[in-house]
Every structure is written in structure tokens, then in C-alpha cells.
Design a protein around this ligand. Structure first.
Ligand code: SAM
Ligand code: SF4
Length: 331
């Protein structure tokens, strides 16, 4: 059935849905989760594969073309490749992608590519084993790099992105090694500014190593040239002037990209969030489980999306950090 495109009250058309498939994770990254983990959702509270597929189908009918699967760590969800295959079959979806910490990629790469995931982001914050351990609280760098290599063997998985959160006092020592990594491997490395979505609520503006600082440090050694920004893109991409690869900067704090934001998010327990920093969310699971028709659910979605925030307020006085942290929202 043809449905009108999904637009918000500021005229932005929604084309990108981030779906969190679990709030659980096998890592405990400093900027995301506390060392002891978080109270996990009860299993019954988490959307089933069928519920996720129904909502994704509906969003696709509303004009969403790109779905990114995330978490928590998506690969810890049992039979995750089967869910990916269900979603890859949804008519109208042009782009099914995955964000993962890579720990289980050696096991799953083949199944994920076969399921139809076409783009992969692997999160790696340090290329040194001891520093990786310090940041993720897991001694897992060799295993993650092996997972990345396993994925890279599949031509269909390329281009592969490697994402590093940039934290002042930590990432400075990683910048040039990551630049060399991007030059020597077929991966596009992207630095993400640290956002106030950490479960410990320890974020301060001083902790943000800005994308511009990182870019300048790389440019001084390996000259960079900017590429044009794609509409609604989160990353500012630069190519190495000598043609050896690309590197990107996701700067939500220092250079917000809210103006043409086309994204909404679905949490693992079926709440629709119209911004990473939303203070409210809209329950889609309750209507789904109460037997609502697709038309009824569409009305709930349209109403929530219409009220999508104009912009985030991270840099405003009185900014309030959302109660849920990144792993519980789905980054
Ligand atoms: N577990 C998977 C992973 O780490 O790739 C997927 C979920 S994780 C929440 C998604 C992305 O959010 C990762 O690249 C992670 O580094 C990033 N992230 C988590 N907390 C963040 C924060 N406070 N600021 C910026 N990025 C953050
Ligand atoms: Fe887990 Fe990803 Fe959060 Fe790290 S960033 S704790 S891997 S959800």
C-alpha cells in the first residue's frame, strides 16, 4: 500500500532508521557503559524478530530507505543473521548496514554478508592492545582485528568503516596510527566526537577532542583534501592528497549536523526516539502487542516524527543528558 513519506514539523524527510536489536553488550567501553554493566531489559520487553520486521516494513512503506542495525552489541543477539536476512528482504530498503564492536565478526562475517548486510561499521578506539583494553575493559584487540580481516575477505562487505571515539587525553596518541591504518588498509577510518551519552554521566565539554583538532593533526603529516558533503551525511570525509585512502570526522558536538537530519531510532524495547538526545520517546511496542493495525501504528509514528527536535542542545546552558545512555538507545 502506498503511504505518504514521513516528514517532521521542520520539513525534514525521514529516510534513515537506526534499529537497536539488544541493549546487552560484551564490552564495557568507558564512554558508554559502566564497568559492572547496566540492568538489562527483560527478554519479554525486547521486540521479537517478527515485531522488528513488521515495524521496518512499515517504515520502508513510509519512505525509509536505509536501516542501520545496532545496539548494545547486535551480534550478541541470538540468531542475529536470521534477523538481518528478514530485514534484507523488506521491499524498498536500499541499504541495510550494521554497527558492531567486531568481537564476534570472525564467527559471523560470512553469515552477515550472506544475509544481505551491505555496509559495515566496526568500532575500534585504539590500535594498541593495552590501550584498547583500558578503553573497552576487554583485552580483545587481536580478536577484533581478526574479525575485521575476516570481514574484509568478502568483496561485498566493502567499503568498510572503522569508527573511533575521540576523547581528549586518550585519542591524541591514536590519531597518526589510525591515519596510517586508513592509508595502508581498505578501511575508511572515522573519528566520532565524544557525546554526553555515557552511562556514568562523566562527560564534560573539555573531554571532547574535536574533529577539527584531529583533522589538523593528520593534515600536518599526511595532507588531506575535503570531499563534498552528501546530504544528511553525519561524516565530513577527506581524502589523502596522495590518493591513499579516506578519513572521516563525525562532529556532532563542535559542528552539529541537525539541519538536514533524516534519522530516527527504534530502541530494543520498541520505543521510537526522534533524536539521540530526546528526553521523551514514543512506545510502539504497546500498540503492536495490543493488536493495532499498520494504519494505527503509522498514525503514532507520524505524530511522534512531526515533533522531532529541531536540533540538539548539547552546547546550550541547561542541557539535560537523556536518562538512557548510548548502549540503551542504539548509537
Ligand atoms: N556495540 C556496537 C559498537 O560499539 O559498535 C554498536 C553500538 S555502539 C553504542 C555504536 C557507536 O556508538 C560505537 O561506534 C560507539 O563507539 C559509539 N559511542 C558509544 N558511546 C558514545 C559516546 N558517549 N559518544 C560518542 N560515541 C559513542
Ligand atoms: Fe558495547 Fe558498543 Fe557501548 Fe562499547 S560502545 S559498551 S561495544 S555498546
Amino acid at each position: 500500500m502506498a503511504r505518504a513519506p514521513l516528514v517532521d514539523g521542520h520539513g525534514r524527510r525521514i529516510g534513515d532508521l537506526r534499529v537497536s536489536v539488544t541493549d546487552r553488550c560484551n564490552f564495557r567501553c568507558q564512554y558508554c557503559m559502566p564497568a559492572e554493566g547496566l540492568p538489562w531489559l527483560e527478554r519479554d520487553d525486547v521486540l521479537s524478530f517478527e515485531e522488528i520486521a513488521r515495524l521496518v516494513r512499515l517504515f520502508a512503506e513510509l519512505g525509509v530507505e536505509a536501516v542501520r542495525l545496532t545496539g548494545g552489541e547486535p551480534l550478541v543477539r541470538r540468531d542475529f543473521p536470521a534477523l538481518a536476512a528478514m530485514l534484507a528482504a523488506v521491499p524498498g530498503l536500499a541499504d541495510l548496514s550494521l554497527t558492531t564492536n567486531g568481537y564476534l565478526l570472525e564467527r559471523d562475517a560470512e553469515a552477515l554478508v550472506a544475509a544481505g548486510i551491505s555496509r559495515f561499521n566496526v568500532s575500534i578506539d585504539s590500535l594498541q592492545r593495552d590501550r584498547f583494553f583500558r578503553m573497552t575493559r576487554r583485552d580483545a584487540l587481536p580478536r577484533v582485528l581478526a574479525g575485521l580481516e575476516a570481514l574484509a575477505r568478502f568483496p561485498e562487505a566493502h567499503p568498510i568503516k572503522v569508527n573511533a571515539v575521540a576523547l581528549r587525553g586518550f585519542t591524541e596518541d591514536e590519531v597518526l596510527p589510525f591515519a596510517r591504518f586508513a592509508r595502508e588498509h581498505p578501511y575508511e577510518v572515522r573519528f566520532i566526537e565524544f557525546m554526553p551519552l555515557d552511562a556514568d554521566h562523566a562527560w564534560t565539554p573539555e573531554d571532547v577532542l574535536t574533529g577539527e583538532e584531529v583533522r589538523a593533526a593528520i593534515h600536518a603529516v599526511y595532507p588531506l583534501e575535503p570531499e563534498p558533503r552528501e546530504p544528511s551525511a553525519t561524516a565530513r570525509v577527506h581524502r589523502f592528497a596522495d590518493g591513499k585512502g579516506r578519513i572521516g570526522f563525525i562532529n556532532p558536538v563542535s559542528e552539529p549536523f541537525c539541519d538536514d537530519c533524516n534519522r530516527v531510532r527504534l530502541t530494543a524495547d520498541g520505543k521510537l526516539r526522534t533524536c539521540l538526545f530526546s528526553l521523551g520517546e514514543t512506545d510502539l511496542r504497546a500498540p503492536l502487542r495490543a493488536g493495532a493495525s499498520d494504519d494505527d501504528v503509522e498514525t503514532v509514528i507520524r505524530d511522534a516524527v512531526w515533533r522531532k527536535e529541531l536540533k540538539h542542545r548539547v552546547n546550550d546552558p541547561g542541557f539535560v543528558q537523556p536518562a538512557r545512555s548510548m548502549s540503551a538507545i542504539g548509537g
